[in-house]
Design a protein around this ligand. Structure first.
Ligand code: ZN
Length: 316
């Protein structure tokens, strides 16, 4: 009989789960809304447990051996505790104990961006690659580092908070409180903010400030709008400095991009590669392969399933 685990993707407003086999194929998908105003207890008991039970019911004929849950925040994965998840307003929440008790399966938790890297490692574009970094560029910038074939968690499971690497010491204040984090400059919000500031300063452009999105800036750049082209060029410079630091630390063979901003890579990769070469002199950065991650919307489900399989000894 084939072996399956349930992978759970928990976000600030929505959770999804599915049965995943040892090749990373998903079946029996289920989804639910999450109200972040509710207590952690309520979310676990009234949203997560029923969601997992629904998936188990759909997969009655399957041999399910565990559950992997992604947490949008810091984790203590050994003890199954969410240390801090700002989008859910969770502090020191025991996720493992109540779900194991109710669902009668071993539960493993992991930070969501690290789970994404785990999914790529076992089932995606990191398969067979011992050294790579996954970079998710969305409203923020998150990631996961695989070095020597292992996901790096660090002493406090904070390794991989790469969006908070400083790339501009006097840059804008980031959500974390520091100035000039790459997240504050090159995430979707950071890109839009830089464009808005340029519009305010009177630079000539077709962009309009109202409801401006990174997609608008992409479209305008494709039409030759000078400001938009400059915004993407600068995005590449910030990402280049950021990746120079990563490359110098872990010497990755591959960089995997995910998230909506990565769709604009044709506009930022040239300046990114130039800046990277300029800043990382001791690493043969011209060898780095830039690719898209294989999983996008399913990355959480597949990644947390991979983590559960790994913890249970099915995958190495
Ligand atoms: Zn920051």
């Amino acid at each position: 009989m084939d072996t399956f685990v349930i992978g759970v993707d928990l976000g600030g407003s929505h959770a999804a789960c599915g049965c995943v086999d040892l090749d990373g194929n998903i079946s029996c998908m289920c989804e639910t809304e999450i109200d972040r105003e509710n207590s952690a207890d309520k979310v676990i008991n009234e949203n997560l447990i029923p969601l997992i039970e629904e998936c188990k019911n759909k997969a009655k004929d399957k041999n399910i051996v565990g559950i992997g849950i992604g947490i949008p925040g810091r984790t203590d994965s050994k003890n199954g505790i969410c240390v801090f998840a700002p989008n859910l307003n969770w502090h020191d929440v025991d996720v493992k104990t109540p779900i194991e008790k109710a669902c009668k399966l071993p539960v493993f938790i992991l930070n969501d961006a690290r789970a994404m890297a785990t999914g790529e490692k076992y089932f995606g574009n990191g398969k067979g690659i011992d050294n790579f970094v996954c970079i998710a560029i969305g409203t923020g910038i998150g990631g996961g580092i695989v070095a020597g074939g292992k996901l790096i968690l660090g002493a406090d499971e904070a390794a991989g908070e790469i969006g908070h690497i400083t790339v501009e010491p006097n840059g804008p204040v980031c959500g974390c409180g520091n100035r000039g984090c790459v997240e504050a400059l090159a995430s979707r919000l950071g890109i839009v903010k830089r464009a808005e500031e340029a519009i305010d300063s009177g630079v000539e452009t077709v962009l309009k400030k109202e409801n401006l999105t990174s997609k608008d800036i992409f479209d305008a750049a494709k039409q030759g709008d000078k400001l938009s082209l400059k915004i993407w060029e600068d995005t590449g410079i910030y990402l280049g400095r950021f990746i120079a630091n990563l490359a110098t630390t872990v010497n990755p063979q591959r960089i995997l991009f995910s998230g909506r901003v990565s769709g604009a890579s044709e506009l930022f990769l040239p300046s990114l590669k130039k800046e990277l070469k300029e800043r990382a002199r001791m690493v043969p950065v011209e060898k780095i392969e830039f690719m898209k991650a294989k999983f996008e919307d399913d990355a959480g489900i597949v990644g947390n399933a991979g983590r559960a399989f790994e913890c249970l000894g099915y995958l190495k």
